[in-house]
Write a protein that binds this ligand. Structure first.
Ligand SMILES: Nc1nc2c(ncn2[C@@H]2O[C@H](COP(=O)(O)OP(=O)(O)O)[C@@H](O)[C@H]2O)c(=O)[nH]1
Ligand SMILES: [Mg+2]
Length: 324
C-alpha cells in the first residue's frame, strides 16, 4: 500500500491580451478592440469516492494545467484553460513538500483545494485607450503560475485503532470485534499493513477499528517495520493500547510507557487523543493491580469483548441518548 507520494503542480499560464483595432467600412481609424486573455487552468486536488488509494499517482509527476487562450479582435476574450483535477481518496492530506505545512485535509468525498492557481489573463489594448492615446499598442501578457512541490499523505479514516507489542493480540481482537479477516499469527510483525474492520455499536451506530502493525520499542526510529503506519492514526479519535499480559512479556507499565513514547515521538498531538488501556492474554490468574478503570479481555476466547465494545462506544459518544 502506497500511502504517500510527492508530486509537483503548476497551473496554466494566463493567455495574453490582444492588441487590435476595429476595422469598419468608412471608419478609417477604429478604436482599440483587443480582448483579454483567459486565465490558465488551476491544478486542483479533489477527494473522490471511487478512488481508494494513491497507487495510481506516479511519484514525481508534474501536473500541468493548460494555458488560457489569447484575447482576440472585437473584444473577444480568450478561453480559460481547463482545470486539471487530480483525484485522491477521501482521507488524503495535502502538504507543502518544502515547508511541511498542511494545506488541506481532504477528509470527505468532494473536498478539494486549488494547489496551483492558473495565471490571470492579460488585458487587451481596449483597456489602455486614454483621451491622449487613442491608439494604444499596449496589452498585458498573461500571468505565470507558480509551480509547487506537494506531498500527498493518505490515512485511513477510522474512529479507533489498536496499538501494542508484537503478539499482544491486536489482530485477534480486531477480528473478534469486527469480523475483519486480518492475518493472525505467532510471528512478530505479522501485520505489516494497517487493516480495518467495522464494529456495530447498538442498533444504529458503528465504529471502525484499525489493526496496526506491532509497535515495538524504538520503532519510531525505524526499527521493526518503522513508524510509517502511525500516520494512519491521524484521523483516529480513540487509541486502544493493547497490553500483552503474558508473564514473558515486558511489565504492563513498561509497555504502556513505551507505546506512549512511540506515539509522542511520531506526533506529540497523538497524546491528546482519547485512550483506553486494555489487557489481553490474561490466561494466568493474577489480576493486574491498580487497574480499576481498565479493561481485561481474552481476545482468543472472546472474553470481555462486550465490555470493551461498550467502553469504546461510550468513549466515542455512540451510546448517548439512544434509548427510544
Ligand atoms: N492464549 C491466548 N492467546 C491469544 C490471546 N489473544 C491472542 N492470542 C494468540 O496470540 C497470537 C498472536 O495474536 P495476534 O492477534 O496475531 O497478535 P498481534 O501481533 O498483536 O496482531 C495468536 O496465535 C492468537 O491466537 C489471548 O487472549 N489468549
Ligand atoms: Mg497483527
Amino acid at each position: 500500500m502506497r500511502d504517500t507520494v510527492s508530486i509537483r503542480a503548476r497551473g496554466g499560464r494566463g493567455g495574453d491580451g490582444s492588441a487590435s483595432f476595429r476595422r469598419e467600412k468608412y471608419v478609417p481609424r477604429g478604436g482599440p478592440d483587443g480582448g483579454d486573455g483567459g486565465r490558465g487552468g488551476h491544478v486542483i486536488i479533489a477527494a473522490h469516492d471511487k478512488v481508494n488509494s494513491l497507487r495510481d499517482i506516479k511519484p514525481g509527476t508534474v501536473f500541468r494545467a493548460p494555458s488560457g487562450g489569447a484575447g482576440g479582435k472585437s473584444g473577444k476574450y480568450g478561453r480559460a484553460g481547463a482545470d486539471l483535477i487530480v483525484r485522491v481518496p477521501a482521507g488524503t492530506a495535502v502538504l507543502d513538500a518544502e515547508t511541511g505545512e498542511l494545506l488541506a485535509d481532504l477528509a470527505a468525498n468532494g473536498d478539494k483545494i486549488i494547489v496551483s492557481a492558473g495565471g490571470s489573463g492579460g488585458r487587451g489594448n481596449m483597456h489602455f485607450a486614454t483621451p491622449k492615446n487613442r491608439v494604444p499598442l499596449e496589452f498585458e501578457p498573461g500571468g505565470e503560475s507558480e509551480e509547487r512541490a506537494l506531498s500527498l499523505e493518505y490515512s485511513i479514516p477510522s474512529e479507533t485503532a489498536v496499538i501494542g507489542f508484537p503478539g499482544a493480540g491486536k489482530s485477534t481482537l480486531v477480528r473478534a470485534l469486527t469480523g475483519s479477516r486480518t492475518p493472525v499469527g505467532e510471528y512478530d510483525f505479522t501485520t505489516r499493513k494497517p487493516y480495518i474492520g467495522v464494529c456495530g455499536a447498538g442498533e444504529f451506530a458503528s465504529f471502525r477499528m484499525l489493526d496496526m502493525p506491532a509497535l515495538a520499542d524504538g520503532s519510531s526510529e525505524g526499527r521493526g517495520v518503522g513508524n510509517f503506519f502511525l500516520r494512519h492514526l491521524r484521523r483516529v479519535e480513540l487509541i486502544v493500547l493493547l497490553i500483552d499480559f503474558r508473564p514473558e512479556a515486558p511489565e504492563p507499565e513498561a509497555q504502556v510507557e513505551t507505546l506512549l513514547r512511540e506515539l509522542a515521538a511520531y506526533d506529540p498531538e497523538y497524546l491528546e487523543k482519547k485512550r483506553l488501556v486494555v489487557y489481553n492474554r490474561r490466561d494466568a490468574e493474577s489480576p493486574p493491580e491498580g487497574a480499576a478503570r481498565d479493561i481485561e479481555i481474552n481476545a482468543a476466547r472472546g472474553e470481555g469483548l462486550e465490555d470493551l465494545r461498550a467502553a469504546i462506544s461510550q468513549s466515542l459518544g455512540l451510546t448517548e441518548d439512544v434509548e427510544n
